[in-house]
Design a protein around this ligand. Structure first.
Ligand code: HEM
Length: 416
């Protein structure tokens, strides 16, 4: 297997990058030379940069291969997506792939290993993966177009890039060098909204993520919605601001549910506080279960805590099952994040709701007092469903064209 780290004594550089030439040593007095040398030694770990064939700079030449992928997905996969459906889809698939892992049972899979697509005919037929076919439709042509990186890396890289579309996210990290799966994850590795909190926490814990990290990851539902919970409605957001990574999800999930966006009686759904919004049973339970309610409430109106905890837990999730010591930090390839505009930093009660609607669950801290958004009762708009993601791959995995994937993946993972 090819190492991503440059080998000692190996002067042959890949064609896509070349080291930045070192500056000549200035001829000053002896003490100045010593000082300058010391400064160089101290600064060098931070300043070591390579210039890639496309002119971009990065800290490790192995990361150069990611720039053409980035350019392609920015222009052609995400296009004009501003934290909309394409971004949400790319983010969700990263979880469903990575969670196919157990610290105690090898048969659960090798984590963030691309198996969800490589073995899509198997994994996409699992009920918990309903809707992931959209992600397949979105990403498959690009994966086939970039056999130079593993399918596993493509999924996690695209998810990290998707986060940079969503105002409010902390600058994500990205470790590069995942090895692709040799077998599918079995059924049952992905939690379902009908699972109770002990069951979800046990599954997440078995994969290496504790209760606090699990709640931190649920912040992803701040930029999310459901297409398959209500069979008649798509793009139903989990909060009133599904295109910003703000704390409204944590506010609104704690409010008394009064209305369904569509029909009643759908598995995994409970009533939401505002029209148009969908609340998952599992999210409702995270907000109310004694083992998670205080972690959940702590995010309310605390943008920094939410963003930082999510960043750390997401980085951990993205490497589940992989040997991080063999991976390279390519975080500096990612585009800069978009800050949340000042006016949107503060959480609020949607119009028509107030403090009285809070179903207080955390026993040790009061729910923060928040202003009520002025204006008439809101109906939250559905998330626009991009027709570009509706390809030939059906929700049960049938129709997916996977035949080229194993070849591409084999080539890339054996070269890495
Ligand atoms: C741990 C328990 C979790 C459960 C039970 C759960 C469940 C769900 C369900 C049922 C949906 C709606 C799917 C649909 O009908 O289209 C959904 C959407 C979503 N989930 Fe989760 N989820 C969990 C954790 C996570 C995590 C850890 C992440 C990412 C780090 C994540 C990211 C998303 C995103 C981005 C969407 C929206 C997808 C889209 O709009 O296309 N979820 N989740």
């Amino acid at each position: 297997m090819r190492s991503l780290e440059p080998k000692v004594g190996d002067n042959t550089k890949p064609s896509w990058c070349s080291p930045v030439p070192a500056a000549p040593t200035p001829m000053f007095s002896k003490s100045l030379v010593v000082l300058a040398a010391l400064a160089t030694v101290l600064a060098s770990p931070l300043e070591r940069r390579v210039t890639c064939a496309g002119g971009q700079t990065t800290s490790n030449e192995a990361c150069c291969v990611l720039f053409p992928v980035l350019e392609d997905i920015q222009a052609n996969l995400f296009g004009n997506d501003t934290c909309g459906d394409a971004s949400h889809t790319a983010l969700r698939v990263s979880f469903h792939d990575a969670i196919g892992f157990s610290m105690t049972n090898k048969s659960f899979g090798t984590g963030a290993d691309g198996s969800i697509f490589l073995f899509g005919e198997t994994e996409l037929s699992y009920p918990a993966n309903l809707g992931i076919a959209d992600a397949f439709n979105l990403e498959a042509p690009f994966i086939n177009g970039h056999p130079e990186i593993s399918v596993a890396d493509f999924i996690q890289f695209t998810a990290a890039v998707s986060l940079t579309k969503c105002p409010g996210v902390a600058q994500p990290t990205f470790m590069f060098g995942r090895v692709d799966a040799k077998a599918p994850a079995p059924i049952g590795t992905v939690p379902q909204p009908t699972d109770n909190i002990p069951v979800i926490l046990a599954r997440m814990g078995d994969a290496g993520l504790n209760a606090q990290e699990t709640v931190a990851l649920i912040a992803s539902h701040s930029i999310a919605g459901a297409d398959d919970i209500d069979p008649n409605l798509q793009g139903l957001p989990f909060d009133s601001t599904p295109s910003t990574f703000d704390t409204q999800f944590f506010v609104e999930t704690q409010l008394r549910g009064t209305v369904f966006p569509g029909s009643a009686g759908n598995a995994g759904e409970v009533m939401a506080p505002i029209k148009g919004e969908l609340r998952l049973l599992s999210d409702s339970n995270f907000a109310r279960d004694s083992s998670t309610s205080c972690f959940f409430q702590a995010n309310v109106n605390n943008q920094q805590l939410m963003a930082n905890n999510f960043k750390a837990a997401f980085a951990k999730m993205q490497s589940l099952g992989q040997d991080v010591s063999k991976m390279v930090d390519c975080s500096d390839v990612l585009p800069p994040v978009i800050p949340l505009p000042g006016a949107q930093q503060a959480a609020f009660f949607p119009s028509g709701t107030d403090q009285e609607d809070v179903e207080q669950a955390c026993a040790t801290a009061a729910f923060p007092s928040l202003p009520v958004l002025p204006g008439p009762l809101e109906t939250v708009a559905s998330i626009f469903q991009d027709p570009a993601t509706d390809g030939n791959c059906d929700d049960d995995g049938s129709g997916c064209v996977l035949s080229e994937f194993p070849t591409a993946a084999k080539r890339s993972s054996s070269e890495l």
